[in-house]
Ligand binder design. Structure first.
Ligand code: SAM
Length: 279
C-alpha cells in the first residue's frame, strides 16, 4: 500500500492491468507518488477547484492530485487499457474522480467542469504543444481555467518562458506570456519516468492574468507573430512585407527598427505593431 492513499503501488497497478508503455501514445509514466503529489502542489490549493487532467494513464498524477485535496478531477484518457486502474482510484475517492475515455484533442472537457478550474497534466509529448496553444487562445479572455500546470520536454518548457534575444524565444513565448505569468517550476531527468524518455522534462506553471499585459487583438497579434518567426532569420521589413506594403512605416510607428529580427523584439513591441494593423 502506498503512503499517500492506501492504494497499491503504481508498479503493481501496471503489472495487474498489463499497462506496458506504448510509445505512440507518449506513455512515459511517473511511478513515484511523492513526486506526483509534489507536482500537484505546484498547482496550488485545489480544495475549492475542479481539475482537468489529460492522460492519467495508470493514475500516478491523478492520485497525487486527489491526495493533495483536489475538489474534483476530470481525467481524459485515450488508452482504454488504463480505465480499470482509474476505476479503482475513483472508488477510493467517491464522487471526486470522473474519467472520460477519449482523445483530448476531440472532446472539450473544460465544458464539464465548474470554475475555478485548474489544468494539471503530464502531457503526452505528441499532443502537448497543440493542447497548450488551444488553452492559450480561447474565444474569450480571461479563460475558464485559472492555471495550467503541465509537463513538457524541457526544450518546449524553455520555449514557453523564453525572453527576447534567445534562440528559444518565439511564438510560444509570446502566446504564453502575453496573457499569463509563466515559470518553470520543476525540472526532471529522464530517469524520473518509466520508461525513461530520451530527454529531460520540466513542469511549467502558467497563471492566467485577468487581462492581457498589452492591448492587441488576438487574431492580429497571432498573425504577425506567426509571420515574423516563420522567417526568424530575416529582417522584419522583409519577413513581414507580405502583411502590408507599408510595413516599414508601421514598424517605425510601433517603435521597432525595420532591420531588427523577430528574435530581438519584446512582447510589448509586437503588441504595438499589432495595434498598427487594427482599424
Ligand atoms: N499521467 C500519467 C503519469 O504521469 O504517469 C501518464 C502520462 S503519459 C506521459 C501520457 C498519457 O496520455 C498516457 O496515459 C496516454 O495514453 C495519454 N494520451 C496520449 N494521447 C492522448 C490524447 N490525445 N488524449 C488523451 N490522452 C492521451
Amino acid at each position: 500500500m502506498s503512503q499517500i492513499d492506501g492504494l497499491p503501488p503504481l508498479r503493481d497497478v501496471i503489472a495487474t492491468h498489463g499497462l506496458s508503455a506504448r510509445k505512440a501514445l507518449g506513455q512515459n509514466f511517473l511511478l513515484d507518488l511523492n513526486l506526483t503529489a509534489r507536482i500537484a502542489r505546484i498547482a496550488g490549493d485545489l480544495s475549492a477547484t475542479d481539475v482537468l487532467e489529460v492522460g492519467p494513464g495508470p493514475g500516478g498524477l491523478t492520485r497525487g492530485l486527489l491526495a493533495e485535496g483536489a475538489r474534483r478531477v476530470l481525467a481524459v484518457e485515450k488508452d482504454a487499457r488504463c480505465l480499470p486502474a482509474l476505476v479503482d482510484i475513483a472508488q477510493a475517492y467517491p464522487g471526486q474522480l470522473q474519467v472520460i475515455e477519449g482523445d483530448a484533442l476531440e472532446v472539450d472537457p473544460l465544458a464539464h467542469l465548474t470554475p475555478p478550474i485548474a489544468v494539471c497534466a503530464n502531457l503526452p509529448y505528441n499532443v502537448g504543444t497543440e493542447l497548450l496553444i488551444r488553452w492559450l487562445t480561447p474565444p474569450q479572455w480571461p479563460p475558464v481555467w485559472r492555471s495550467l500546470t503541465l509537463m513538457f520536454q524541457k526544450e518546449v518548457a524553455e520555449r514557453i518562458v523564453a525572453q527576447p534575444g534567445s534562440k528559444a524565444y518565439g511564438r510560444l513565448a509570446i502566446l504564453a506570456q502575453w496573457r499569463c505569468d509563466a515559470r518553470i517550476a520543476l525540472t526532471l531527468p529522464p530517469e524520473a519516468f518509466t520508461p525513461p524518455p530520451k530527454v529531460s522534462s520540466a513542469v511549467v506553471h502558467l497563471t492566467a492574468l485577468p487581462a492581457p499585459r498589452f492591448d492587441a487583438q488576438p487574431a492580429v497579434l497571432e498573425r504577425i507573430v506567426a509571420a515574423a518567426f516563420n522567417q526568424r532569420r530575416k529582417m522584419l521589413r522583409s519577413g513581414l512585407k507580405a502583411l502590408a506594403p507599408d510595413i516599414e512605416d508601421r514598424l517605425l510607428a510601433a517603435g521597432i527598427k525595420p532591420t531588427e529580427r523577430a528574435e530581438q523584439v519584446p512582447l510589448e513591441a509586437f503588441c504595438a505593431l499589432a495595434r498598427q494593423f487594427e482599424t
